[in-house]
Design a binder for this molecule. Structure first.
Ligand code: BGP
Length: 487
């Protein structure tokens, strides 16, 4: 007997900026992802350096139509392969596919009055194809792909005007695609604003005289995104009958290194920060502590008349999150070995293995995270990113034996089943990178996540041919048995 609910939404996740390619055709404008350079000379675990984008970097990127060192410009050419890929997802029995709509395909600069019809037509075809294959789309409106123009001609999301532009973009999407899409997410990992502000809110830190001013701008940008998220939640409910809107955060469960109350306190404070984003989008208001931070730092976070009312009245229907690893905090962190991890760093956990990229593999941590979120908010949960980045090898006989990925998923699916048995409401699961795509943090193809291998290396060399990995059939069985057959 499966522990998963009858209508559990099994599937996979991709994002336009890492999958589609076709970065400059059919009217698409440049997004912040199109200036993300592949940096083979920088340690893959140095997330700050990997994600750093300066004004010079932007100028250089804009002056070049190179795609080799700007891999998100080619992705895995999903723009031309999506029919073939959806057929493969259908063969695995996907109930759902998480994908994002690239804002710059619809509004190239972001501030246009009319949308780009070719962009709308593309997503019409994609979403129609999904529905024809009985795959429920889960659409992310903003997945690290905002118009570059808004970073250069406005202050990114720190400009209030961007709220109205995003609302217009979302309204156009609801109007055109509401017939296909019932499930929507507003901002991917909205909590990552402080980890990589350029890709999330279009803030170029060197534009500010000091770190404090940059931090204030990021909080202002965050406020605008949270208001925009609530506004589009309101509009979606007015336009799409039965629509369900979710927030999306990076779940970074942090453990104390010991039972020393000082360690427990540090872990509590990290988890408190991680909860901020769901606190606002589920409870509809800022927790007191963050207002104290603004006050203590002398930040003037401008709230328009009615903003707090908007946040309060239009909260989400469900909570979605990415889960890759857990973290550890310690009062001795400075003396401890560090680990990398989904754009975070922390103290190494001696009980856990790590991936080549330093991400600590912790399936029990997924059960802990599910219980933590459900007990705090009592809202249905959806894991919309989870998976193992690995240097998969296509063997001479054309097979890819990714048993390590099957093991990873088996342990994480067991943890989800345990959480459900433990009184947690989980509505769906979409594995990250269900097909190999370009990595968000390092722009690599060699960091592979998919059930489907794409013949492409880090230097855009390859046939783009798709090949089923060993995990392809395994996941098909898991879905067919609704999570009961994990062997
Ligand atoms: C999350 C992003 C995804 C995805 C994932 C894996 O932060 O939402 O876009 O990329 O991380 O990270 P990476 O691709 O850097 O391995």
């Amino acid at each position: 007997m499966s522990r998963f609910p009858e209508n559990f939404l099994w599937g996979g996740a991709i994002a336009a900026n890492q999958y589609e390619g076709a970065y400059n055709i059919d009217g698409k404008g440049l997004s912040v992802a199109d200036v993300a350079r592949f940096k083979p000379d920088i340690d893959v675990k140095d997330y700050v350096a990997q994600f750093r984008v300066t004004k010079d970097d932007i100028a250089l990127a804009k002056s070049s139509d190179d795609v080799v060192y700007f891999p998100k410009r080619h992705g895995v050419d999903g723009y031309h392969h999506y029919k073939e890929d959806i057929e493969l997802f259908s063969q695995m029995g996907f109930k759902t596919l998480r994908l994002s709509i690239a804002w710059t395909r619809i509004f190239p600069h972001g501030d246009e009055s009319e949308p780009n019809e070719k962009g709308l037509a593309f997503y019409d075809d994609v979403l129609k194809c999904l529905v024809e294959h009985h795959i429920e789309p889960l659409v992310t409106l903003s997945h690290y792909e905002m118009p570059l123009y808004l970073c250069e001609h406005y202050e990114g999301w720190a400009s209030r005007e961007v709220v109205d532009m995003f609302v217009k973009f979302a309204t156009v999407c609801f109007k055109r695609f509401g017939k296909y899409v019932k499930y929507w997410l507003t901002f991917n990992e909205i909590d990552s604003v402080f980890r990589h502000p350029f890709t999330t809110v279009g803030i170029i830190e060197e534009n500010y005289p000091n770190k404090l001013m940059a931090e204030q701008a990021i909080y202002q940008a965050l406020h605008h995104q949270l208001v925009a998220s609530s506004l589009v939640t309101k509009i979606a409910r007015e336009m799409i009958p039965g629509v369900k809107i979710g927030c999306m955060v990076t779940k970074t469960m942090t453990y104390p290194e010991t039972c020393n109350p000082e360690d427990v306190y540090l872990a509590l404070m990290d988890n408190r920060v991680n909860h901020l984003y769901t606190d606002v989008q589920v409870n509809g208001e800022y927790p007191l502590w963050v207002k104290k931070v603004w006050q203590d730092k002398g930040f003037d976070i401008v709230m328009a008349e009615g903003d707090e009312e908007i946040l309060k009245c239009h909260t989400v229907d469900f909570i979605s999150f990415s889960y890759y690893m857990s973290m550890v905090q310690s009062i001795h962190a400075m003396q401890r070995e560090k680990v990398g991890g989904n754009l975070n760093t922390g103290v190494k956990n001696p009980y856990l293995q790590t991936s080549e990229w330093g991400w600590q593999i912790d399936p029990k941590g997924l059960e802990i995270s599910l219980i933590d979120l459900y007990d705090r908010y009592h809202k249905p949960l959806w894991i919309v990113e989870n998976g193992l980045g690995y240097r998969d090898v296509l063997k001479d006989d054309g097979t890819i034996d990714d048993d390590y990925r099957i093991d990873y998923f088996r342990s994480h699916f067991k943890a989800i089943g345990d959480a459900i048995a433990n009184g947690v409401e989980v509505m769906g699961y979409t594995s990250w990178g269900c097909i190999d795509i370009v990595s968000a943090s390092t722009s690599q193809m060699s960091k592979r996540y998919g059930f489907i291998y794409v013949d492409l290396d880090d230097y855009n060399q390859g046939s783009y041919e798709r090949t089923k990995k060993k995990s392809f059939d395994w996941y098909r069985k898991v879905i067919e048995s609704n999570g009961e057959d994990l062997d």
